[in-house]
Ligand binder design. Structure first.
Ligand SMILES: [Zn+2]
Length: 254
């Protein structure tokens, strides 16, 4: 399996990252892309990936952190993106759910990063919550040559259709295992083309197990199993296709 988004630079993993990574390998998670949400994350994620062959990282500024974003960061970001282990630009986008940064700050931060997109040949890793219309209207102003994923998709069918029309990839987390919050998402699962569906844990958040607070990459299997159940497919077929899709998405085929 390929966990396309895990926040391994989080302080929740500072004490036992080795154990977490060892457990995830044992659970069949062969590759992980560490999500970064600001430049400190990027720096720390790079350091972690230097130690482990099967780890990669993203280079981006999360909308929650938009208030700290400065335009001169783009230069550092593009330097990091030259690293073969830095496999995507993100996470970036809009999150109007909690507005840790103002809408204006989020839009500036998002658009600034999008302006980098055309000078790099790496896919875009996008975050959107409660901002579907604004998010799409910004993206529709750009023409991208690379692939694009809406990670941790939690929307409804009409939002899904908007993304599929634009050929976006869709990232599914343990949100799908939540019988209450995940209702809309569970309805969508059957409508995602097999070649567009990727899986992720978003660790340490969104644990698919009720009794365990800290999510870890080793629980990615729960996401694969739930997706398979909802699609009436075997878990093996979801594991295989999502892994292949991830390699394709991140251009990791050699
Ligand atoms: Zn996110």
């Amino acid at each position: 399996m390929f966990d396309i988004g895990a926040n391994l630079t989080s302080s929740h993993f500072s004490k036992d990252l080795d154990v977490v990574l060892n457990d995830s390998l044992k659970a069949g998670v062969e590759k992980i892309c560490i999500t970064s949400s600001n430049l400190d994350d990027v720096k720390n994620a790079k350091k972690i990936t230097e130690k482990y062959k099967n780890l990669y990282y993203s280079v981006g500024f999360h909308p929650h952190n938009a208030k700290d974003f400065k335009i001169e960061f783009l230069k550092d970001m593009s330097i990091y993106l030259d690293d073969p282990k830095a496999i995507c630009l993100g996470e970036m986008g809009l999150d109007f759910n909690r507005n840790f940064s103002s809408k204006e700050e989020q839009i500036l931060c998002f658009e600034s990063q999008l302006s980098l997109a055309n000078s790099i040949n790496k896919p875009l890793f996008l975050h959107q919550r409660d901002a579907h219309e604004e998010f799409l209207s910004i993206l529709d102003n750009y023409k991208f040559n690379q692939k694009l994923i809406v990670h941790c998709f939690t929307g409804n069918l009409s939002e899904l259709e908007d993304y599929l029309k634009r050929d976006f990839y869709i990232g599914i987390t343990g949100w799908v295992c939540d019988l209450k919050r995940g209702l809309d998402l569970r309805e969508c699962i059957n409508h995602i083309p097999q070649d567009k569906l990727l899986i992720e844990t978003d660790s340490p958040y969104l644990s698919p197990r009720k009794k365990i607070r800290r999510n870890e990459p080793k629980f990615l299997i729960d996401v694969a199993e739930e997706v398979a159940r909802l699609r009436k497919q075997t878990k093996e077929s979801i594991i295989k296709s999502s892994y292949e899709n991830s390699l394709n998405f991140f251009n990791l085929h050699r």
